[in-house]
Design a protein around this ligand. Structure first.
Ligand SMILES: Nc1ncnc2c1ncn2[C@@H]1O[C@H](COP(=O)(O)OP(=O)(O)OP(=O)(O)O)[C@@H](O)[C@H]1O
Ligand SMILES: [Mg+2]
Length: 275
């Protein structure tokens, strides 16, 4: 490599080091239906996920939210547009990303804790004992104490979802992609885990992209809420959420002055989208 090329390489490296965790530019996705007819699902989406922030996506059922996460995570290829992780074009599953799928997809033949440690076992980067300790700590934090050796079939829907969340967090991801992660939790547990997620992301400069149907959750937890239109989805509106008080305290967030205004405005946008 000549000197100018290597200098260019260095400056590109620096740019990548400072790049946001995720940038999506004009992303589109079209499926072929059973009759090979093209079904556009994502029309044209652009947004940036900055480090230390939580972005929520809300939109009508079937508008393409799960498809979007599958595309961003490299599980399915986009039909158009650019996806960059830490400044580099997406190739395969990006590193240090924890993706919690909408379905919990736990292995029925493994105990709850063995489901959680599976990713670390496969990666082989953490000793077995440490993997179990990390998983156990998450079980305690997520209110699953005493259920480590239960099989998924003997757990409630909400418990299985918490096991799936523990499985996502145990690999210590820098970026979280979460598809309705808290939907099956009771209200108190939900607020506590949302608070934990907020602290994890903001204090440790990680990032989270969250899909939810719960507008109040989106507003209380997020720095930004993106509202999508019906399928094929595009961005209807974007709200930068500014609330007073401790942003890791979900009750305080809900009590803050501006909270209801955001919730109403987002509901209105969703209603317009249904028409
Ligand atoms: N593999 C696939 N092949 C063809 N069409 C698909 C495929 N997966 C999803 N779709 C269609 O794409 C559209 C969007 O589905 P998707 O699961 O992304 O919606 P969603 O916004 O996550 O919905 P929900 O809020 O109900 O979870 C739906 O019409 C669905 O039928
Ligand atoms: Mg979905």
């Amino acid at each position: 490599m000549n000197r100018s090329a290597s200098a260019a390489g260095r400056s590109e490296g620096a740019a990548v080091a400072n790049a946001p965790p995720l940038v999506a530019e004009r992303v589109s996705k079209t499926y072929d239906d059973d009759w090979h007819k093209a079904v556009p699902v994502i029309a044209d989406l652009s947004f940036t996920l900055e480090a230390g922030t939580i972005v929520s996506i809300v939109g009508p059922s079937g508008c393409g939210k799960t498809t979007l996460l599958n595309t961003l995570s490299g599980l399915i290829p986009p039909s158009g547009g650019d996806i960059r992780w830490h400044g580099r074009p997406l190739r395969g599953m990006p590193p240090r990303v924890g993706y919690m799928l909408q379905k919990d997809l736990l292995f029925p033949w493994r105990t709850a804790i063995a489901n959680v440690t599976l990713g670390l076992e496969i990666a082989g980067t953490v000793p077995r004992r440490e993997a179990r300790e990390r998983a156990q700590a998450l079980f305690d934090q997520l209110g699953l104490h005493g259920f480590a050796t239960h099989y998924p079939a003997t757990l409630s829907g909400g418990m299985r979802q918490r096991v799936a969340l523990a499985r996502t967090l145990v690999v210590d991801p820098e970026v979280l992609l979460l598809d309705e992660p808290f939907a099956a939790l009771d209200f108190q547990t939900k607020l506590l885990i949302e608070g934990d997620t907020a602290r994890l992301v903001r204090d440790q400069h990680r990032a989270a992209l969250l899909i939810t149907h719960d507008v109040e959750e989106a507003v209380s937890l997020s720095d930004r809420v993106i509202v999508l239109t019906r399928r094929p989805c595009r961005i209807r509106s974007v709200y930068d959420i500014e609330l007073e008080g401790d942003r890791a305290d979900m009750m305080a967030a809900r009590d803050s002055r501006q909270f209801t205004d955001y919730v109403r405005a987002i509901w209105r946008d969703l209603e317009v989208g249904r028409a």
